[in-house]
Design a protein around this ligand. Structure first.
Ligand code: FES
Length: 79
C-alpha cells in the first residue's frame, strides 16, 4: 500500500507532496499546516491540489481557477 503525504503548507520543494519543510520553516500556526495523508484505494489517476486553497484536501476542487480570475481582475484595476 502506497501512502502519500500531501503538502498543506506550500513550502515543500517536491510539490504537491510534503518534503518535511513544514518542520523547519517558520509558520504562524504550525499545528494547522501539517501534511495530509492520502492512501489510494486503487490504482487510479487523481488531481492533487497545488494552490493549497482547496476545500477538499488533498484533491483539487477547482479553486485555483477562482484565484486566477481574481488576479486578472486585480490586474485590470492596477495603475
Ligand atoms: S512541507 Fe508542506 S506540509 Fe510538509
Amino acid at each position: 500500500m502506497q501512502v502519500y503525504a500531501w503538502c498543506s503548507c506550500g513550502y515543500s520543494s517536491t510539490q504537491p507532496l510534503c518534503d518535511g519543510s513544514h518542520k523547519i520553516t517558520y509558520l504562524p500556526n504550525p499545528h494547522k499546516l501539517r501534511p495530509v495523508r492520502y492512501i489510494p484505494d486503487k490504482d487510479m489517476e487523481v488531481w492533487l491540489c497545488n494552490c493549497k486553497q482547496t476545500r477538499n484536501r488533498p484533491f483539487c476542487d477547482g479553486t485555483h481557477k477562482l484565484l486566477r480570475e481574481k488576479t486578472k481582475d486585480e490586474l485590470l484595476f492596477e495603475d
